[in-house]
Design a protein around this ligand. Structure first.
Ligand code: NAD
Length: 315
């Protein structure tokens, strides 16, 4: 039987994407993998294996033994953590992607999915409605690794016909797991504080606009892209993807409609400089045109959904 391998499955994106893949293909077809055994409890609906993607021998054995035909490669060091460990972030983000692309070439895999990020943009990029094609001079190691990764994806598609597909996610907001060290994490943490009845200490300025997306939209976009006919996927570096653009003051106002006594204070830290180098909003017209992308959630619809469901969710 052909299998789908998810690398870094226990993270913020992986825990929800792996569930959707299991619902679509069946839990026996999906192999969730992550660094340690502790993650196993999240995956009672599909198979789970411990796999450090830097252990290339073990990864290659698994791909061969299980007849893996699709890989979703989600393991990465994210933006804020990457700034604390730049060389480690570069090694993990680049070596793992090149290894996965090599596996796809060698074993003629059907498809590979690898996420990029709005971190590929930089201070000289147009900030409003950032176009698909424009100046990209990322100034974080995370952004540099994503930009280089995009070039490698296109290279493997053109030279070796590897069917690799990618999205430049904006900040992803979900309530089913805790975020993994990104600059947009505040927009997840703020809901936890509102529900706990605590004041929120925001590490970005109140007017710091960033492109964001609710997790169900990110999952929909990923699966829509992966299920699109190959000839519709015209961009093989990574697609711009857009849903909601908001600042901390906007998400605060949206939460106030449900929790009128909620309080916030703003104490920008090193993450403000990262946020300042990223776009305010994104033009995703190629994704709309090529494979019909359209988000379902705006800010208030997302807030309502999170505040209704988060209190009943157990980690
Ligand atoms: P996350 O940090 O929550 O999850 C990453 C997972 O990878 C973790 O479970 C971690 O244990 C695992 N991992 C780390 N090193 C590994 C290794 N050597 N071998 C195997 N697994 C390893 O990250 P996320 O938010 O789920 O992001 C997933 C992907 O989406 C990443 O490529 C990230 O760059 C991209 N992305 C995320 C966002 C966002 O806002 N969350 C935005 C843009 C792009």
């Amino acid at each position: 039987m052909e299998k789908i391998l998810v690398i870094g499955a226990a993270g913020q994106l992986g825990s929800e994407l792996t569930k959707s893949l299991s619902e679509l293909y069946g839990g026996e077809q999906v192999i969730a993998t992550d660094l340690n055994e502790a993650a196993k409890s999240k995956f009672d609906y599909c198979r789970f294996e411990v796999l450090d993607i830097m252990d290339q021998e073990a990864a290659k054995d698994l791909i061969k033994k299980e007849n893996v035909k699709q890989i979703y490669h989600l393991a990465a060091v994210l933006s804020a953590t990457g700034e604390k460990k730049p060389l480690f972030a570069w090694d993990l983000n680049m070596d793992s992607l090149l290894f996965v692309l090599e596996m796809a070439r060698e074993f003629k895999l059907d498809k590979v999915y690898w996420p990029s990020s709005i971190a590929v943009f930089g201070p000289n990029t147009p900030k409003i409605n950032t176009p698909q094609y424009c100046v990209k001079e990322p100034n974080t190691v995370y952004g540099i690794s994503k930009q280089a990764g995009e070039r490698w994806c296109e290279y493997y598609f053109q030279k070796y016909h590897v069917d690799v597909r990618s999205l430049r996610y904006p900040g992803l907001i979900g309530y089913k797991s805790l975020p993994g060290g990104g600059t947009t994490d505040y927009a997840v943490d703020i809901y936890h504080k509102a529900i706990a009845g605590e004041k929120f200490n925001c590490f970005l300025r109140e007017d710091s606009y960033l492109p964001m997306m609710y997790m169900p939209d990110a999952i929909k976009a990923t699966l829509d892209l992966m299920h699109a006919p190959s000839e519709s996927v015209k961009i093989r570096s990574s697609y711009n993807l857009s849903a909601i653009s908001f600042a901390p003051k906007d998400i605060y106002q949206s939460i106030l409609k449900h929790y009128p006594n909620f309080e916030i204070e703003y104490n920008p830290d090193f993450r403000q400089a990262i946020a300042d180098s990223w776009p305010d909003s994104i033009d995703d017209s190629p994704a709309q045109k090529d494979w019909g992308w359209k988000p379902d959630y705006d800010l208030d619809k997302m807030t309502k959904d999170i505040l209704e469901n988060l209190p009943n969710f157990s980690f």
